[in-house]
Design a protein around this ligand. Structure first.
Ligand code: HEC
Length: 167
């Protein structure tokens, strides 16, 4: 019985169907790089939570995660963030809980995003490299050209990072 279930999972995954039905904020690190050279960092799903956020117009729940260097900097209010900082933004469509409709829960995950601090590699974008991945695949250069301008326009006084630590 258990083997049958496993076979079905493998089969669906190989058909590319599993990605569509499982609301996953997880993608394997696959070495694929964004046009800025950012890859999906190993183990990011085990990082600590900086803060959650929501966006009304797109009905999305987000959770921002940080690696150890990021968490240390947030807690100590260190700005700018040191090289080696990596921030992850997970997003899910907001859906009503079937068990308790006043509660929203995560639905499908449309994308995952990362910001990697490397001041030598990314001097023209505030020291940050950006990466957006959809089903594990990086978005194109046109999409990546939008990242820094929006972060710069709104949060240049916080090292281009929107999220504040929610203790
Ligand atoms: C139109 C504005 C806008 C654009 C374009 C944009 N972002 Fe953001 N980004 C935000 C906002 C606002 C937040 C705060 C969290 C939220 O919205 O849930 C954020 C948060 C983030 C975070 C978490 C760290 C932080 O700053 O809070 C990452 C990582 C991130 N964005 C990556 C990207 C990447 C990669 C791209 C380009 C593919 C991108 N962003 C494009 C507005 C933008």
């Amino acid at each position: 019985m258990r083997r049958t279930a496993a076979t079905v999972v493998v089969l669906l995954a190989s058909m590319g169907i599993l990605n569509a039905v499982v609301p996953s904020g997880m993608a394997a690190e696959n070495g694929l790089a964004s046009p800025m050279g950012v890859t999906i960092p190993k183990g990011y799903r085990d990082w600590q939570v900086v803060a959650p956020s929501q966006r009304d117009d797109t009905d999305e729940i987000r959770v921002i995660l940080g690696n150890d260097i990021a968490m240390k900097a947030f807690r100590a209010n260190t700005l700018p963030f040191p090289d080696g900082t990596i921030l992850a933004k997970l997003a899910w469509k907001r859906v009503k809980s079937p068990e308790f409709p006043k509660t929203f829960i995560p639905g499908v995950a449309p994308r995952i995003e990362f910001m990697v601090k490397d001041s030598k590699k990314y001097p023209s974008t505030g020291g940050w490299g950006f990466g957006r991945f959809i089903d594990g695949k990086p978005a194109d250069a046109k999409v990546h050209a939008t990242c820094f301008p929006c972060h710069k326009a709104n949060v240049r006084n916080h090292d281009f990072v929107f999220t504040r630590y929610a203790p």
